[in-house]
Design a protein around this ligand. Structure first.
Ligand code: ATP
Ligand code: MG
Length: 239
């Protein structure tokens, strides 16, 4: 069954059409990637899937239900992390996680908070204020927050953008492990082609607000006569 089915999404901001025609499907347990140049419409697409902004037209179905009609239920089964979302800077790591665990109305909030702290190796940082964390540490808190409700779909907008190669590699391994262990699906954007090649089962290429190509990294490379995804990207982005 498809976890996510979006069809013909369109979003305009005044005179700008950020998303012209985006359709995509994410299957159970699948790690899907959204690629494309700056301004292609990736974040706007994710924000529509999260119900943060409303599409001008098109449809979004999550877990077999229409987002617009079953908003609360649908949103409780997914989660989101992005480098541009700030968590309250004066709160300590464990306070942030406690607050979200309560917001999500988890059955055993304290226990789940302890689990994600362990999972993302945040033990030593528990009592630190958010403002006193490095961006890599902050990313780990963001991801821990996003795993609190054990989402069946995790949406990540450039999850490793602020990380050094070592931290990025560890986060990628952890996310891949989590998706295997929990069977949860992921939809991620990234400008790191090796990351996308390594993590994503299926890639949707956006350009000018449209999906211009979709397939596995290998299929796309074959179709464009390219060595790797980086070359595919350059060919697609340059038309
Ligand atoms: N709130 C907004 N108001 C006006 N224009 C917007 C708004 N949000 C996005 N846009 C425009 O829509 C287009 C798509 O932006 P979007 O953020 O979706 O791109 P993106 O693919 O995520 O790019 P990047 O790789 O740089 O993150 C851009 O031209 C952007 O300027
Ligand atoms: Mg973006």
């Amino acid at each position: 069954m498809a976890i996510l089915r979006a069809a013909h999404l369109v979003k305009r901001f005044g005179a700008i059409t950020a998303v012209r025609d985006v359709s995509l499907t994410v299957g159970e347990g699948e790690v899907a990637g959204l690629l494309g140049p700056n301004g292609a419409g990736k974040s706007t697409t994710l924000h529509m899937l999260l119900g943060l902004i409303t599409p001008d037209s098109g449809s979004i179905e999550l877990f077999g239900r229409e987002l617009a009609r079953h908003r609360t239920e649908v949103l409780s089964r997914l989660n989101f992390a992005a480098s541009y979302v700030d968590l309250p800077s004066v709160l300590r790591v464990h306070e942030v996680l406690d607050a979200f665990a309560r917001l999500y109305a988890l059955r055993r909030p304290a226990r789940r908070v302890a689990e994600v702290i362990e999972l993302f190796e945040l033990g030593p940082l528990r009592k630190r204020q958010m403002m006193a964390l490095s961006s890599g540490q902050r990313t780990r808190v963001q991801l821990a927050k996003a795993m609190l409700n054990a989402p069946r779909l995790l949406i990540l907008d450039e999850p490793t953008a602020n990380l050094d190669p070592d931290a990025g590699d560890r986060i990628r391994s952890l996310l891949t492990r989590l998706s295997r262990e929990t069977g949860g699906a992921m939809l991620i954007t990234s400008h790191n082609m090796r990351e996308v090649e390594r993590m994503c089962d299926r890639i949707h290429f956006l350009s000018g607000g449209r999906v211009v190509a979709a397939g596995s990294a290998r299929e796309l490379a074959g179709r464009y006569g390219a060595e790797d995804l980086e070359e595919v990207f350059l060919k697609v982005a340059r038309g």
